[in-house]
Write a protein that binds this ligand. Sequence first.
Ligand code: MN
Length: 149
Amino acid sequence: MTEPAIRACSGFRWQGVEHRPYKEEGSAPFHAISRQVLFEEPALGCELRYFEMDSGGYSTLERHEHMHGVMIFRGHGHCLLGTTVRAVQPGDLVTIPAWTWHQFRATAGEPFGFLCMVNHQRDRPQLPTAAEQAELRRVPEVAAFLDGR
Ligand code: MN
């Protein structure tokens, strides 16, 4: 059972909340990103996590059956959703539907953080095959995003 009330610390940390690696190293491509799980009570049915990237960091390009509800919390970045790339800033909301390719990238020069709501019980993410990556890259904005340009 989580503590009923947890204080925020400076630097986008929370008292007693472990600052973890984003994923197991080598499990999927990602860069310079951390994970803090803020709420994970099974009875809630969902979890709220805070992900933060350093300048130039990015999350894994993936898709899955479960959805995400995302609120940008800190800094600026870009979000790939399907074949659309959007600039995002604090307060923006992003709904990631089932089976939609998605990835977040921090804008160079500052950390970028977002809150992500997700089902407690969820399927494992899929990574794109070479053919699926090639298909995504047919959209010039998507290719530029994937190359960090
Ligand atoms: Mn995901």
